[in-house]
Design a protein around this ligand. Structure first.
Ligand SMILES: *Cc1c(COP(=O)(O)O)cnc(C)c1O
Length: 483
């Protein structure tokens, strides 16, 4: 163990101090606070010097894996590199110091940005209007389903309470439908990984509110029957919801609005850069076709004929979905990213993401089992090692990757296979990085044969080894005293 891996309490020495503040000229904020509410003793904080604190937190930050520390091919998560200019834009004082309750006329710049970003997203997706108030992809799904329900209700069609979700869908899809009070009906996938259209036909009737689809789906496959599916679902009076969390492959190439979708969400914190992970701030804007615009959540930002921007509430709205106007910092970063790419380069995101995914897939398919063959879009799924004789699992491979400085892919999702390894390299990696990853994956496949124990006990080089995940979930140690 390195000296500074110690806990900050262990570095503490009585009387040591890490700060020197200027003399207080304003009195304390506790002036006027009754005696009984005042603290009698100083809090039991570690007493450490400034270098101790800085080293402690810097070292802590390095114990974690991030997209800034290495390749992060986490499928369905689009861990692309986040340009630092986005951070600079998001921290401009004029934006960072805004108060959500200040009068509209004093926040025209921010409202214009909100409006312009929603226009850009409409152009990219073929949707008529966007609300940017949602805090995450799942939050966008819930909003989209509320819009779907509201649309049917306003037409007096209360019987539509079923939502069709493919078995390959992201787990948030059925969860959001359930939270919205709708019942979930699963439609199965065919051998080739796409939706079984014949099975879908059997599920369609006048109780169907709509279908939720991801295209390309979680296997990285484009649902080529999407036009036919749209006709079928619309034909029975239902709506089509598009999960656009990972729209990387389609950016600037194909638009959900042109495929027949009525409602969709985007994950700005995936497709449009901005850092994410660990539940950090996100944004899940929701777009709709013209016929559903009146159902969007309020407040909406409109541009008045005199060029000013204002907040608007529609009486038909599905309701308020967030306290104010979403995670504004995330919106700023996505806006900066779109402008930085520009109309031409935004078209390159998809082809490069697709090329990178296919390059890795083709380079590794002799060592890892590829259940669905053919061209993929931005991601693909291996079903564990091709040679399973050693008993080495996907979990072992994932842990061993960390020893080589790569983050693991998404594992054990989608649920369609037992040893899923979902790999999404994104467009921001160089060929050299992809080659290095391929080399390590091949080496691990070799190790599985020559020294399986090495993999079963991995990782060996990380600050934390292989934790007991069940114990960590059932008996979490949350306090220093409990360690
Ligand atoms: C990430 C993801 C979501 C959920 O997004 P959150 O921001 O994590 O709520 C939904 N669908 C798909 C396909 C995703 O990849």
């Amino acid at each position: 163990m390195k000296y500074y891996d110690k806990l900050i309490f262990e570095l503490s020495s009585p009387g040591r101090c890490g700060y020197s503040l200027p003399e207080n000229r304003w009195g304390t904020s506790t002036d006027g606070l009754p005696d009984r509410l005042r603290r009698k003793d100083a809090p039991a904080l570690p007493q450490v010097s400034e270098p101790d604190v800085v080293r402690h937190y810097t070292n802590l930050s390095q114990m974690n894996f991030g997209v800034d520390s290495g390749f992060y091919p986490l499928g369905s998560c689009t861990m692309k590199y986040n340009p630092k200019v986005n951070e600079e834009v998001a921290s401009l004082p004029g934006f960072a110091s805004l108060h959500p309750l200040q009068p509209e006329w004093t926040a025209q710049g921010a409202l214009k940005l909100y409006y312009d970003l929603s226009r850009a997203l409409s152009t990219l997706t073929g949707m008529a209007e966007f609300s940017l108030n949602q805090f995450a992809g799942a939050h966008g799904e819930l909003t989209g389903l509320m819009i779907m329900r509201q649309y049917h209700r306003l037409r007096g069609d209360d019987r539509r309470t079923r939502v069709i979700v493919p078995d390959s869908a992201h787990g948030t899809n059925p969860a959001s439908a359930a939270v919205c009070g709708l019942s979930v009906v699963q439609v199965r996938s065919l051998e080739d990984g796409t939706i079984d259209v014949e099975a879908l036909k059997g599920l369609l009737d006048d109780t169907v509110a709509g279908i939720m689809m991801t295209n390309p789906n979680t296997l990285g496959l484009f649902e080529t029957h999407v036009k036919e599916i749209a006709e079928l679902v619309h034909g029975c009076g239902g709506l089509l919801y598009y999960d656009g969390a990972n729209m990387n492959a389609l950016l600037g190439q194909v638009r959900p609005g042109d495929m027949g979708f009525d409602i969709m969400h985007l994950n700005l914190h995936k497709t449009f850069s901005t850092p994410h992970g660990g539940g950090g701030p996100g944004a899940g804007p929701v777009g709709v076709v013209p016929a559903l615009a009146h159902c969007l959540p309020y407040p909406r930002v409109i541009r008045r004929p005199d060029g000013r921007y204002a907040l608007m509430t529609d009486k038909d709205s599905c309701g308020r979905i967030s306290g104010f106007m979403g995670n504004f910092g995330v919106l700023l970063k996505a806006y900066a990213y779109i402008l930085m790419l520009g109309k031409q380069n935004v078209r390159n995101v998809g082809p490069y993401a697709v090329l990178a995914a296919n390059y890795i897939k083709e380079s590794l398919k002799d060592c890892y089992k590829l259940p669905v063959k053919g061209l993929c879009k931005h991601e693909f799924v291996f079903d564990g090692l091709a040679d399973t004789s050693s008993g080495v699992t996907t979990l072992d491979v994932a842990k061993r990757l960390l020893d080589y400085g790569f983050h693991a892919p998404t594992i054990y999702f989608p649920l369609l296979f037992h040893q899923s390894m979902m790999i999404e390299p994104t467009e921001t990696e160089s060929k050299e990085t992809l080659d290095a990853f391929i080399g390590v994956m091949r080496k691990i496949a070799e190790e599985a044969k020559s020294d399986p124990e090495l993999l079963r006990s991995a990782p060996h080089n990380t600050p934390v080894g292989r934790p007991d995940e069940t114990a960590a979930a059932t008996h979490p140690v949350l306090k220093y005293e409990d360690m």
